[in-house]
Ligand binder design. Structure first.
Ligand code: PGA
Length: 263
């Protein structure tokens, strides 16, 4: 038992993976594992974030599961509505396609695609205004951690979005803490370090919004079945954003089970 009353979330971030045939096998296997032994919705929200081109197919496939599994977009346009914006997918278009969740601020978007706070704010604002729930990612680099700046960097990333989130909208935000040095590297923050940062994030959120105590704060960065139980036991770790391990049905299922078992 983690002692938290917050329902955990386990979200698979498929990133730029996999090919269609592998994606459909992965979904079939995952649904079968749930059929064999269900994880009830009350104990864990489960979501999958596929590539944009697969969003509606994944959404339809997940409808056949024996419980709700959320389809999550990996990105959303900084431009709202519809119009002449080649290549973009707006929050309204996601919503119109029954995609109700989106990741914003993932470190790969911040670093590789140079998404600065101003762009992220536009994305957060558009998503919330269109009625989406945002999984907002934060996290420090190794250099920032080694320079003792981890907390400051992460809290600043939280503060950045405060300008565009109104009082009502905080309950439509889930935070994901993902130390950059732990993503895809096999290195995980120790449960103690992760819990310490999550507690700081909760403290920071609570200064901004009355929702702070109820908001789910997920951990991400090399989460796997082997470390999920320990992470799930931490009181302020309310789920996981899972990259690599979400591409294996059994690993992803076991991670969801670890978090559900805290309930
Ligand atoms: P990882 O990725 O689990 O492969 O480290 C996590 C993420 O980037 O969301």
């Amino acid at each position: 038992m983690s002692g938290s009353t917050i329902t955990p979330w386990v979200v698979g971030n498929w990133k730029m993976n996999p090919m269609q045939a592998d994606a459909s096998a992965l979904l079939q296997n995952f649904k079968q594992l749930l059929n064999n032994q269900n994880i009830v919705e009350e104990n864990c929200h489960i979501g999958i974030a596929p590539v944009a081109i697969a969003l509606t197919a994944v959404r339809d496939s997940l409808k056949q599961a024996n419980r709700t599994i959320l389809t999550v977009a990996q990105d959303v346009s900084r431009v709202a509505g519809t119009g002449a914006y080649t290549g973009e997918i707006s929050a309204e278009l996601l919503k119109d396609n029954a995609i109700d969740f989106v990741l914003v601020g993932h470190s790969e978007r911040r670093e590789i695609f140079d998404e600065q706070p101003q762009i992220l704010n536009e994305k957060v604002k558009n998503a919330l205004n269109a009625g989406l729930t945002v999984i907002y990612c934060v996290g420090e680099s190794l250099e920032q951690r080694e320079a003792g700046q981890a907390e400051q960097v992460v809290l600043q990333q939280i503060c950045d979005i405060a300008a565009v989130v109104n009082a009502e909208q905080w309950k439509n935000i889930v935070v994901a803490y993902e130390p950059i040095w732990a993503i895809g590297t096999g290195k995980t923050a120790s449960p103690e370090d992760a819990q310490a940062m999550h507690a700081k994030i909760r403290q920071g959120l609570s200064q901004i919004t009355a929702e702070g105590q109820n908001m789910a704060i997920l951990y991400g960065g090399s989460v796997k079945p082997e470390n999920a139980v320990e992470l799930a036991a931490c009181p302020d770790i309310n789920g996981a954003l899972v990259g690599g391990a979400s591409l294996n049905a059994e690993s992803f299922y076991k991670i969801a089970q670890a978090f559900a078992n805290t309930k």
